[in-house]
Design a binder for this molecule. Structure first.
Ligand code: OKP
Ligand code: ZN
Length: 370
């Protein structure tokens, strides 16, 4: 498997609030470090390092990526991610590990009154977020751009790669960090800032001669519902979103089976919530349902939002999935959808001690070397 990585994804050095205390966040740079380490020592995968457009000498690379990101995210939102920390720094001379967290969220009755973003950086952080787990630190923007760039480059890889007969359509795994599936066009949340799945879709459409008519599938296998991704394509009949996730878990207000899409897109959104503590057998029933629905939609391209927080030891999950199960899950996805060029994006997964082996198991099953 081709695995894309950018060391800039390790720059975002996160903290989060637990009670009133600041702790290092579960969504840590060590996650990427351990995956890269495990994959390089196994030698079975082709790990490629990609250079972020923020460190490239060619300014057109950054321009091209931003124009793709702007299909989804507002310019004021992106400017906020880019500038908030330094704006605060010039005022206060603050330390590197400081974190800008929301002071105040938009009042629910005022959301549709189209309020303007406040000038104060902490107030603006609340305008551009839906929770407290997506603070802006000194290097956040660098990692966010590197992460989105990996998503975009992955699409180029699967499109340019030759289809080797007997091996299924080309696929690439992108070691994205921060993850993306919780954020929408103007709101960070759940450790997410730019929706990497949306970046893939925009990039795919930008390369496709019949951009608007390109049919795309998204399979979200993170333990948490991808509210951001669902929201972005809820009315888009050309994008099918399917998600298996913990019921009554973060982000709490989305992910019900009754959310099936809007307008022309009714039927193009499939939520398959699973009860707390669900085991592999229950999981596989839902997976099969998702795969059949995706296949019946007849997409030409697939994005898998892959979280390893379905693991039985995960502090943010409750499913009973083991390391060996990931190979079976991946093999099942590939069995049903192997003819689709596929980008696999890393989302969550927080057990550092097992993350590398879980990723390896998944990739092994994907390539059916079991
Ligand atoms: C992101 B992803 C921990 C609170 C965490 C946010 C959970 C985000 C999950 N103190 N709340 O989908 O894995
Ligand atoms: Zn998750």
């Amino acid at each position: 498997m081709i695995v894309l990585h950018d060391p800039d994804t390790l720059l975002h050095d996160t903290v989060e609030l637990v009670g009133a205390k600041i702790r290092s966040a579960l969504e840590s740079l060590a996650r990427i470090r351990t995956i890269v380490e495990k994959l390089s020592e196994s030698g079975e995968h082709s790990l490629r390092t990609i250079q972020s457009p923020l460190t490239s000498d060619d300014p057109s690379e950054l321009k091209a990526l931003l124009s793709i990101i702007e299909w989804t995210h507002g310019r004021e939102y992106l400017d906020h991610l880019k500038n908030a920390f330094d704006q605060w720094r010039v005022e206060q001379l603050i330390e590197q590990h400081e974190n800008i967290l929301p002071e105040c969220f938009v009042y629910p009755t005022k959301v549709h009154a189209d309020p303007r973003p406040p000038k104060d950086v902490f107030a603006r952080a609340g305008y551009f977020a839906f929770d407290m787990s997506s603070g802006i630190m000194s290097q956040t923007y660098r990692s966010v751009i590197a992460s989105a760039n990996l998503a975009s480059r992955s699409v180029r890889y699967v499109i340019e790669f030759k289809h080797i007969p007997g091996h299924g359509a080309p696929s690439v795994f992108a070691l994205c960090r921060p993850p993306g599936h919780h954020c929408d066009g103007n709101r960070a949340g759940g450790y997410c800032y730019i929706n990497n799945a949306a970046v893939c879709i925009s990039k795919y459409r930008s390369l496709s001669p019949f951009a608007e008519s390109a049919r795309v599938g998204i399979l979200d296998l993170d333990f948490h519902h991808g509210n951001g991704t669902q929201e972005l394509y809820y009315s888009d009949p050309q994008v099918f979103y399917a998600s298996i996730h913990g019921e009554d878990e973060f982000p709490y207000y989305t992910g019900a089976a009754s959310e099936t899409g809007a307008g022309d897109a009714v039927g193009a959104n499939l939520n398959l919530p699973l009860a707390t503590g669900s085991d592999f057998e229950e999981y596989m029933k839902k997976l099969n349902q998702a795969l059949i629905a995706l296949r019946d939609f007849r997409p030409e391209f697939l994005v898998v939002s892959l979280g390893f927080d379905t693991f039985h030891l995960d502090p943010l999950g409750s499913f009973q999935i083991s390391t060996e199960h990931y190979a079976l899950i991946a093999a099942e996805v590939r069995r049903v959808l192997a003819d689709l060029p596929t980008v696999i994006l890393l989302e969550g997964g927080y057990v550092l001690e097992h993350l590398g082996e879980n990723v390896k198991s998944f990739l092994e099953g994907w390539e059916a070397r079991m």
